[in-house]
Design a protein around this ligand. Structure first.
Ligand SMILES: Nc1ncnc2c1ncn2[C@@H]1O[C@H](COP(=O)(O)OP(=O)(O)OP(=O)(O)O)[C@@H](O)[C@H]1O
Ligand SMILES: [Mg+2]
Length: 374
């Protein structure tokens, strides 16, 4: 995967900009609030179909303007390709997306075409905070590999919304609840089993790769730590967790059938893959509770490098790595180790430091007030 050129129109603080990239390391350099993260956001939009900052489409339109556009030229599977997205501030007009000139109607058709792995400082929260960011890590990674996964996830979320509505209204309208809840539960359990299986497989596959990256990143002689990831969910199974979808579906369905009163009291669906988690241990201890900042940081990076590795195993090429502000957070040994890991891939890194002691060649792009110059 190669990100060749991005053209921006009215995207955040950029007015009309064209930026080209080298196939190796590219550094976006500039002071705070100049537009470094904005450019990564634009590139990642093409990969994810939405903002990684959780912003609404309309919020990325340059203040005072009526539309914004991103056009990305890239090479994937040996082919020159383009994705163009156009956003309008008119709430009734959705964004329009074209892939190689052909209009795309569903975002799930876009995801997986341009593959990128993003690391932002927020990803540290993935280790420290509650389970939702860890689920999101899996969802984003697996969606890029399997468009059907995203499809199941979108279906699951719609069914969940309907089931939750039913639960909320249950006290006023018990008859409707009793007559329709089984219908929604069955559908929810079906999608849940598909998603849980894909997640459990991904966690199993990535475990050893993450451990290896972590070891190489920290390598300074004295450290001997082994990370371990476990997919933990509400539909508990003995032995091989979630790998048998029939058993998982039955387990989810039982939970969704046996605890109606509890769910009505809580006002929402209490069981399903929206409650699942990945437990991340270091030498058998939960990193959320026991790890240092540096350990958490290295672990989050190892998880992102593994995401890239699994992507390469899947489609034969590395994704583009987008690293927002990683170096300011790492000591010099870890910096060097990280650079060594990514030296032969395309990476776009942001940095505020003017003096970067990279011992490998890189392209430097200066960022100032929404303008990009190399
Ligand atoms: N819709 C918008 N229209 C115009 N400007 C915007 C819009 N959204 C954000 N900005 C501006 O973009 C700038 C922030 O850009 P960005 O987040 O890329 O900074 P950065 O270079 O990554 O800085 P830092 O080093 O602090 O992370 C801010 O000045 C902000 O006001
Ligand atoms: Mg930034």
């Amino acid at each position: 995967m190669l990100c060749k050129k991005v053209e921006l129109q009215n995207f955040r603080n950029a007015e009309c900009e064209t930026v080209t990239f080298d196939s190796g390391i590219n550094v976006l350099h500039g002071e705070n609030a100049q537009g470094k993260t904005n450019l990564l956001e634009a590139i990642y939009y093409v990969s994810l179909g939405k903002s990684f900052r959780g912003s609404k489409d309309a919020e990325i339109i340059r203040f005072g303007e009526e539309y914004a556009a991103i056009s990305l030229d890239f090479i994937a599977q040996g082919r020159e390709q383009n994705v163009t997205m156009r956003f309008s501030d008119n709430a009734r007009q959705k964004k329009t997306v074209t892939h190689n000139g052909v209009k795309i109607t569903k975002l799930s058709e876009l995801v997986g075409e341009f593959r990128a792995v993003l690391f932002s400082p927020d990803h540290l929260q993935m280790i420290k905070d509650g389970p939702s960011l860890r689920r999101n890590y899996l969802d984003v990674a697996i969606s890029q590999l399997r468009p059907m996964y995203l499809h199941s996830l979108q279906k699951y979320n719609k069914i969940l919304l309907n089931r939750n509505k039913l639960i909320k209204n249950a006290e006023e309208d018990r008859a409707t609840f009793d007559s329709t809840v089984d219908f929604w539960s069955a559908q929810l359990a079906h999608e849940a089993a598909i998603i849980a299986k894909a997640r459990a497989e991904y966690v199993q596959k990535s475990g050893d790769i993450i451990a290896e990256f972590y070891r190489r990143m920290c390598q300074s002689g004295e450290i001997d730590e082994t990370p371990e990831l476990i997919y933990a969910g509400s539909a508990k199974q003995e032995g091989e967790l979630y790998f048998d979808t029939e058993v998982t579906e039955r387990n989810f369905l039982r939970l969704l059938t046996d605890f109606h009163e509890r769910e009505i009291a809580a006002g929402s669906t209490l069981y399903g893959i929206h409650k699942d988690d990945i437990i991340i241990n270091l030498n058998g201890k939960n990193t959320r509770l026991y790890s240092s900042q540096g350990q958490q940081r290295s672990l989050a990076l190892a998880m992102k490098l593994a995401e890239g590795e699994i992507c390469r195993m899947d489609c034969g090429e590395y994704p583009v790595f987008l690293f927002d502000d990683v170096f300011s957070e790492l000591d010099s040994i870890r910096r060097k180790n990280l650079l060594r890991e990514i030296a032969d891939r395309q990476v776009i890194i942001t940095s505020c430091e003017s003096d970067m002691d990279f011992d490998i060649p890189y392209r430097r792009i200066e960022v100032s007030k929404g303008k990009y110059k190399s």
